[in-house]
Design a protein around this ligand. Structure first.
Ligand code: SF4
Length: 407
């Protein structure tokens, strides 16, 4: 899901001209051609657990403590190249390289920093494809500091929500676990700070790549040491996946992008909703809460004149009460993207909507807009540099879905 689109609204061209921007990397070619390299790479160290690294060391004729050293070098020292593992014997480094192993860190292709400190990165993957990730720093009055990494789970997205630039840019492939983890490490590197929170709200639908998302979640929790409660997995809703996620009993937040209080309206905003009726989503969310005791958060993007009337808020409150406790609503005033038919609602409408929910005892928050000048919406920075339309592997995509995508 795309939180990124809510972070920024100014068109990229205007944002880049803005004085408040600091381009912290050199602009490269304006067109980047994806290459057809195999993207399922099993010889990547990043993403492996300490136990797996110990086993790898044993397999290569080393003692198991070398695996601990590997773990330290990858996750604590954040070394990016095998030949820079200076603690390890040269012969072991050579064996790793000759065996086709690599650390799995990619280069940062472009970065844009907004006046409020929000940083958007474009990461260039091994097959030349680009993904966006965002670092959002928040300093509180009491001196505490939070750094949230908003990570992508797919290259593009097949679900084509009507208000989302990522959806408009097409879909290419799922990210592997290390390609998710490395986004967090890249944010840490840029900020020279530990990431405290991770939200799977960047490019892509995490539930369509659940295997890699769960593997990355394990690594971020156990190896990068980010608390499970500090991780949020967001979804627009994919049939049969909420139940599957619940079975892992993670102590992380599930955020469902609802955007409408009824099925008819939802289908006009989220085309894939045709495959997953609202009642079925609400039932799965109730079961998720019962299974995990973790409150489900509902994301609701307010689109002026579409879904932002008080009547919609009343209908939403009724829907939530029908399905029981354990819910929170996060309102997101839409930030227009280039070429979008939707408008941002007036603050007055946002307040009226929130007030109608609160008066009906629904807990609600309004997301603060960050990084308005950092670049355009989610997917637009990537689209600017990756001009060749993304091609999906339809067999690969269909095999991940239990039902056809209705969009
Ligand atoms: S198109 Fe994909 S990335 Fe965009 S909002 Fe919908 S699910 Fe999220």
């Amino acid at each position: 899901m795309a939180l990124l689109q809510h972070l920024c609204s100014a068109p990229l061209t205007r944002a880049i001209r803005s004085r408040s921007l600091a381009l912290s990397s050199r602009t490269m070619s304006t067109t980047l051609s994806p290459t057809r390299v195999a993207h399922v790479d099993s010889h990547v160290l990043l993403g492996m657990s300490e136990q797996e690294l110990q086993q790898l060391s044993l397999d290569l004729g080393q003692q198991s403590y070398r695996g601990k050293q590997l773990h330290h070098l990858i996750y604590k020292r954040k070394v990016k190249e095998i030949q820079h593992f200076s603690q390890l014997p040269q012969a072991f480094r050579n064996d790793l390289q000759e065996g086709g192993w690599r650390v799995g860190r990619s280069s940062i292709y472009q970065s844009v920093t907004a006046a409020d400190g929000t940083v958007k990165l474009l990461i260039k993957l091994a097959d030349n494809r680009l993904v966006e990730t965002v670092g959002i720093p928040v300093e509180h009055d009491k001196g505490s500091f939070r750094l949230t990494a908003c990570v992508s789970s797919q290259v593009g997205c097949p679900l084509r929500c009507s208000f989302c630039a990522t959806g408009k840019g097409g879909y290419s492939r799922n990210l592997q676990r290390h390609e998710i983890v490395e986004q967090v490490l890249a944010i840490e590197e840029i900020f020279k700070q530990r990431v405290t929170n991770v939200v799977f709200m960047g490019m892509g639908e995490p539930m369509l790549n659940l295997k890699s998302v769960i593997e990355a979640h394990r690594c971020l929790n156990k190896d990068v040491q980010i608390g499970q409660r500090m991780i949020t997995i967001s979804s627009v809703g994919v049939p049969n996946t909420i139940k599957k996620l619940a079975s892992y009993k993670l102590q992380s937040t599930l955020a469902i992008s609802l955007h409408a209080p009824n099925q008819k309206l939802r289908e006009t905003i989220v085309p894939s909703a045709k495959s997953y009726p609202l009642d079925a989503i609400m039932k799965d969310c109730r079961d998720y809460f019962l299974e995990t005791s973790r409150r489900v958060s509902f994301e609701y993007t307010l689109l002026a004149g579409v879904n932002d009337a008080v009547e919609h808020a009343i209908e939403l409150a009724e829907l939530l009460h029908e399905w029981g406790p354990g819910y929170h609503v996060n309102l997101i005033p839409f930030n227009p993207i280039e070429g979008s038919e939707f408008q941002r609602p007036y603050n007055k409408a946002v307040q009226a909507f929130a007030g109608a929910l609160e008066s009906r005892k629904v807990t609600v928050s309004v997301r603060q807009t960050r990084g308005l000048d950092a670049s355009a919406a989610c997917g637009q920075l990537r689209n600017e540099f990756q001009k060749i339309p993304l091609q999906s592997d339809s067999n690969n995509l269909q095999s991940q879905l239990d039902v056809p995508i209705a969009c």
